[in-house]
Design a protein around this ligand. Structure first.
Ligand SMILES: [Mn+2]
Length: 456
């Protein structure tokens, strides 16, 4: 017989509920990465002091690295992982992990996926313990502006605290901006911009801050190859990036000139979800792809999407593809099950009350000979009606908060057709006007309007 206290899928263990302390993770002052991985895999969390210790120790390693790293092969290069911890684990299972294998990550560790904090703490633990086997660059999502409107800030607040979030941001400010691999590849998260001429220009940037809205720092994080990169020739070198509403598109010719000027083969970047996890663009005169996009978050757009890791052994560059792994389920926007289902439950209960009290009509109430019990019933009914109204308001608020989250995740995707914008307005217009006081929705409204300005 089934009891409500039984676990429905008994083969899956309960998530760990105890939090690890500094002493559990740091044995004799040395961080235990494998313990951390296994613990996070079972959904364990650290106490605040321990999380902050890892973040600060990582910042103290990262801040002494130059803006432009020099990384020797063999090395595995990964693109966006976006909070998909269980997929990152499958990369380590398939390709090995530090210190046996060296990694260069091109940023966008957090947002969208629900395990960003686990990724950040694990990668930083590797950075602390094996600083020359784990190289981490900054992506456009390693910023306050993005994590506030997408999901990482909320994730930190749910699993840890605002302090841990703030500390993450300070550590993100220390991440280097680019890497030259084997003297032939320039690796960045986004791309190149009009003010970047030589590699040494990158080292002149002051990086210990929130990502700025323009300039080379911004372009390294945000730029994209032009939409018709492989076909359009004799176009401007750089054009304003209307898909991102920030930074530039760079053309094939601009990229080739940059590579030649700096004696490089290929620009390797992440930042765009591409089919199969990697995409090679039009080749240079030397016969190498001018740009290579690498994306390491599988099932990002649709469930069947593969992702990839680039393996470079100094002679050969190969792409290892992989597909999505199962992961624990979270309700949208980290909502808890009680507040998520409450509006529904309350609605159903008030419907039951309605049905019970249906026999009392208003004409009966007006009847002077009405029994005293019926008058009480009428009073009760009007109370339930009030209750019902409050309930539907609660349900609407929940729907609004879901919509805000959806809109947040749309705020930086490509709006390529005017119908997309019309749909957005139809779907979210009411939500935004309902939440006019919410700072987050004000910001999203601004984004939506900017999108509108472009197309209307
Ligand atoms: Mn990105």
């Amino acid at each position: 017989m089934f009891r409500t206290t039984d676990r429905i899928v008994s083969s899956i263990p309960y998530p760990i509920t105890t939090r690890l302390h500094i002493d559990d993770i740091y044995r004799n002052g040395i961080i235990d990465c494998n313990l951390l991985i296994n613990f996070f895999y079972d959904e364990g969390r650290l106490d605040e002091e321990c999380a902050i210790r890892i973040l600060r120790d990582a910042a103290n390693v990262l801040r002494f690295e130059p803006n432009l790293l020099r990384v020797d092969p063999p090395v595995n290069i990964c693109g966006d992982v976006h909070g998909q911890f269980y997929d990152l684990i499958s990369i380590f299972k398939g390709c090995g992990k530090p210190p046996d294998v060296k990694y260069l990550f091109l940023g966008d560790y957090v947002d969208r996926g629900y395990f960003g904090i686990e990724i950040v703490l694990m990668l930083f633990a590797f950075k602390i313990k094996f600083p020359h086997s784990m190289y981490l660059l900054r992506g456009n999502h390693e910023s306050r502006a993005m994590t506030e409107i997408i999901s990482f800030m909320r994730e930190c607040e749910v699993k840890y605290s605002k302090n841990v979030y703030d500390e993450c941001m300070l550590t993100f400010d220390c991440l280097p901006l680019a890497a030259v691999v084997g003297n032939v590849f320039l690796c960045v998260h986004g791309g190149i911009g009009p003010h970047l001429k030589f590699l040494h220009d990158i080292n002149r940037i002051y990086r210990f801050m929130e990502i700025p809205d323009d300039g080379t720092f911004c372009d390294l994080m945000w730029a994209d190859p032009w939409r018709r990169y492989n076909v359009d020739m004799n176009i401007p070198d750089f054009m304003y990036n209307v898909d991102r509403n920030i930074s530039f598109y760079f053309s094939y010719e601009a990229c080739c000139r940059f590579l030649e000027r700096n004696n490089l083969l290929t620009l390797i970047r992440a930042h765009s979800a591409v089919a199969g996890g990697y995409k090679a663009y039009r080749v240079t005169k030397k016969g190498a792809p001018s740009v290579l996009t690498i994306f390491s978050a599988p099932a990002y757009v649709s469930d069947s999407d593969a992702a990839a890791v680039l393996e470079f052994d100094s002679k050969k560059l190969t792409a290892a593809q992989f597909t999505v792994s199962p992961q624990p389920y979270y309700l949208p926007n980290f909502e808890n099950a009680i507040s998520y289902t409450l509006p529904f439950v309350v609605l159903k209960i008030s419907e039951i009350f309605y049905a019970i009290l249906k026999y009392v009509t208003s004409s009966e109430v007006d009847n002077e000979e009405l029994l005293i019990e019926d008058r009480n019933a009428y009073a009760l009914r009007s109370k339930i009606q009030d209750f019902g109204r409050a309930t539907s308001r609660l349900a609407r608020q929940t729907a609004n908060s879901m919509n805000l989250m959806k809109l947040g995740s749309l705020a930086n995707v490509n709006y390529s057709r005017i119908s997309d914008f019309n749909n957005l307005q139809a779907e979210f217009g009411e939500t935004l006007s309902n939440c006019a006081d919410d700072a987050r929705s004000a910001r999203l409204l601004e984004t939506l309007n900017q999108v509108g300005e472009r197309w209307i």
